[in-house]
Design a protein around this ligand. Structure first.
Ligand SMILES: [Mg+2]
Length: 263
């Protein structure tokens, strides 16, 4: 069942979150490729906004393409990409980054060096996170470095397994140092700025589809997009119905294939 609070036919642009919405990393969710293909055939624009730092935008576009959703790099904005642009704008030349290949690649694309002597600590999901990375980050912050994070999600679901996401690593540094991180991923103002700059769209004609009521829905509302929550990811149908304020989706989608039929 899909709860509809607005007319889907007016939607010209669809922005999808990736993890928990389009795929569970290893597999696309059922009917996803077919639905996106149908939306494109009906001249709808498709974009993706993700806090994923496992791969760069280019890597994510290649992965989507290999999995059956042909995608250009320019159709994707990620929090690591936004973070790299932010640091470049601030004329930052080096950063102590805790994260994965996608984050390192985006920083490298903007000629930002990775250094253990930086005035910026940037955290993300890092499956190789260690006590010593935590110590290095905390030492830098004690010496005056500023703390940034590419996201604010507590957990990340992969193939039925639940993994810690950005927040636990960021919190570990905050607990030790007493500092508070600035978020550059969802639902930050800076990510909104990058998304509105990168994608040619009108917010009133745009639907943002995500699986997280804590990050995706507030981000959609901040951008003045319509919002829809899929129930095959982090959030159950009941939790979505009970959501309040900024976390409340305009629509709940239980089966993604309904989307193309509503257009
Ligand atoms: Mg998600």
């Amino acid at each position: 069942m899909t709860v509809i609070y607005f007319n889907y036919k007016n939607v010209k642009t669809f922005i999808f979150d990736l993890d928990g919405t389009v795929w569970n990393w290893n597999h696309l969710f059922p009917n996803m490729a077919e639905t996106i293909k149908k939306l494109k055939a009906k001249n709808r624009k498709i974009f993706y906004v993700s806090d994923n730092n496992i791969l760069s935008r280019k890597g994510l576009a290649e992965r989507l393409t290999q999995m059956g959703i042909p995608t250009d790099t320019e159709a994707i904005v990620t929090a690591p990409y936004a973070a790299a642009r932010y640091l470049k704008e601030k004329k930052i030349k080096s950063v102590y980054a805790i994260g994965e290949k996608g984050l390192m690649d985006e920083l490298s694309n903007f000629n930002i060096q990775i250094s253990e002597k930086s005035e910026i600590v940037l955290t993300s999901i890092d499956r190789g996170f260690t006590f010593w990375k935590l110590k290095t980050a905390c030492d830098l912050i004690r010496d005056g470095a500023k703390l940034y994070s590419t996201g604010s999600a507590p957990l990340w679901r992969v193939n039925g397994d639940i993994l810690p996401a950005e927040l636990p690593i960021q919190k570990a540094i905050e607990v030790v140092t007493g500092e508070t991180a600035t978020i550059l991923g969802k639902p930050s103002d800076y990510l909104k700025k990058i998304v509105l700059e990168e994608f040619f769209l009108f917010p009133e004609d745009t639907l943002f589809i995500g699986d997280d009521i804590k990050t995706d829905m507030p981000f959609a509302h901040k951008c003045s997009f319509r919002s829809a929550l899929v129930t095959h990811g982090l959030t159950s149908h009941k939790k979505a119905l009970d959501a309040q304020g900024d976390e409340k989706p305009d629509a709940i989608i239980n089966d993604i294939k309904e989307l193309a039929n509503l257009i």
